[in-house]
Write a protein of this length. Structure first.
Length: 205
């Protein structure tokens, strides 16, 4: 959290909501562009990382909606390169994460982000259910959600033959602890009035 960030008492604009939820002030950004220069996905984004912050700084309703409708917030890998390069210590990945939540909540998810959401949901479901990732379960759930049933299907036998994929999930000692983490997150979301991301809902922006 930036030292100068202060939580607004009654957030109104999206930038104030960002600050309230993440502790990050978009106004710490002075648009040097170092984040965008280092971002591995910037070339694919509809708005570069520094442009996302500029739109939030301007704070006009139409621009805020542009941010929440953008593909950029879903392409962000949370790789932290931007945060590591930023001279102002702006934690852009935290901001991107909050923007994704708001995009879902307000039904503004970019149509091209559907597969990304499906992957997120399948990944979380696998961890929730097994305590750790079960790759075959993840792939199956992802394919069922996206109908990409035949995508990469020829690779599966080779991976199975080499022991890279297990048909059954492996048990772990801390499975109950992982379940408790999910339960606590769900309770915190409910208390904060946030909803859990639902891929099926988000697939109809
Ligand atoms: S590196 Fe930091 S200050 Fe520079 S444009 Fe990006 S967020 Fe703003
Ligand atoms: S965290 Fe996101 S915005 Fe920042 S450099 Fe990585 S992909 Fe780009």
């Amino acid at each position: 959290m930036s030292a100068s960030a202060q939580h607004p008492t009654h957030p109104e604009t999206l930038s104030e909501h960002v600050q309230d939820a993440t502790g990050e002030s978009v106004f710490n950004c002075y648009q040097c562009g170092k984040c965008t220069a280092g971002c591995p996905l910037a070339a694919e984004m509809d708005f570069a990382p520094n442009q996302i912050l500029r739109l939030l700084q301007l704070g006009l309703p139409g621009m805020e909606e542009e941010v929440l409708k953008s593909l950029s917030i879903w392409l962000c890998l949370t790789c932290e390169t931007c945060a590591a390069r930023c001279p102002q210590e702006v934690e852009l990945p935290k901001i991107m994460d909050y923007l994704r939540q708001q995009s879902l909540k307000r039904g503004l998810v970019h149509p091209k982000a559907r597969d990304i959401l499906a992957f997120h949901q399948a990944f979380l479901d696998s961890i929730r259910k097994n305590g750790r990732l079960h790759e075959v379960g993840l792939i199956s759930a992802y394919k069922l959600r996206t109908f990409h049933l035949l995508q990469d299907v020829l690779v599966a036998p080779k991976l199975l033959a080499r022991g890279k994929l297990s048909l059954l999930p492996h048990g772990i000692a801390g499975k109950a602890d992982v379940a408790r983490i999910f339960a606590k997150c769900a309770a915190a979301d409910a208390e904060a009035g946030r909803h859990e991301p639902q891929t099926d809902k988000a697939e109809q922006p």
